[in-house]
Design a protein. Structure first.
Length: 92
């Protein structure tokens, strides 16, 4: 009985894991909030883009997420990684 309980817990934990290919995700998917929370993903994208540039400090409470959402609303077919590079770009 104990083994069955552990197996069920392991099965639930395995199903909760989601993998997202960020290079295929469009702004439409980002805004739909079906894959993950857009705020969390926006903060991650900010860190990712800044990491590409070698920048070691980000401002997670900045308006960056709102800027990314606004950009994506008018560029729904754009890859969200490209949108993030535009919004959090080298001149920022």
């Amino acid at each position: 009985m104990f083994g069955l309980g552990l197996a069920l817990v392991g099965l639930q934990a395995g199903q909760a894991q989601v993998t997202i290919d960020i290079e295929k995700l469009t702004c439409y998917h980002f805004l739909a909030d079906k894959l993950t929370d857009s705020r969390t993903l926006g903060i991650w994208l900010n860190g990712y883009v800044n990491g590409e540039r070698g920048k070691k400090h980000i401002e997670p409470l900045s308006a960056g997420h709102a800027d990314l959402v606004a950009y994506c609303q008018s560029h729904m077919d754009t890859l969200v990684l490209d949108a993030a590079r535009t919004v959090f770009g080298a001149d920022k």
